[in-house]
Design a protein around this ligand. Sequence first.
Ligand SMILES: C[S@@+](CC[C@H](N)C(=O)[O-])C[C@H]1O[C@@H](n2cnc3c(N)ncnc32)[C@H](O)[C@@H]1O
Length: 195
Amino acid sequence: MPKELQIPDRETALLLDELKKTLELDGDVVEFGCYEGDTSVLLADVLRNSPNKWLYLYDSFEGLPAKTAEDNSADGWRFKAGELKASADTVRHKFRKYALPEPVITKAWFEDLQDSDLPERISFALLDGDFYQSIKTSLKLVANRVVPGGVIAVHDYRNAALPGSAKAVSEFLAENSESYSLRIIASIAILTKNL
Ligand SMILES: C[S@@+](CC[C@H](N)C(=O)[O-])C[C@H]1O[C@@H](n2cnc3c(N)ncnc32)[C@H](O)[C@@H]1O
């Protein structure tokens, strides 16, 4: 498995634990912002014994979009538009290298995705689009598809360099407090759909 991950090892282990807890649920697994697929292959590895679950990956493969005011931080010089550009072929190659079933890869800006691009039911969603608008859009896309007991994991919730992630999650919870509850593990917000 790859060594240099966008999500640090300890957080990845915690994420995979959360994924494992959802394996008995109906629904598929999605990752919004897969970049080079380093975390995606680890998600797929956990899914090896769950042949009914498909992995869906979404990315612009053009890198990050432009920031909005909600993303401003003291680290403003980092995370520029166009950074973190990867290619879907790099991701496919990684899946082949580890002999994993090929995921469903959609190259698009999250904001341009249609309902039909997403699976009907989602048991686990990893949202890792870094910026306010990207997290906000991906939350909106997945929220109604998550099955009871299912999880939305939002990366960078506790990352002072990327404040848009926490802002998008707070706004989401303000509107969905009846249907989702929040836990925080490391820098990740774990939103569990209530039973
Ligand atoms: C931090 S990287 C993801 C890292 C990946 N999850 C991992 O663990 O290796 C963020 C990715 O989100 C993508 N992204 C951010 N906002 C997006 C948007 N609005 N639409 C499509 N892709 C977006 C970027 O292209 C980039 O590849």
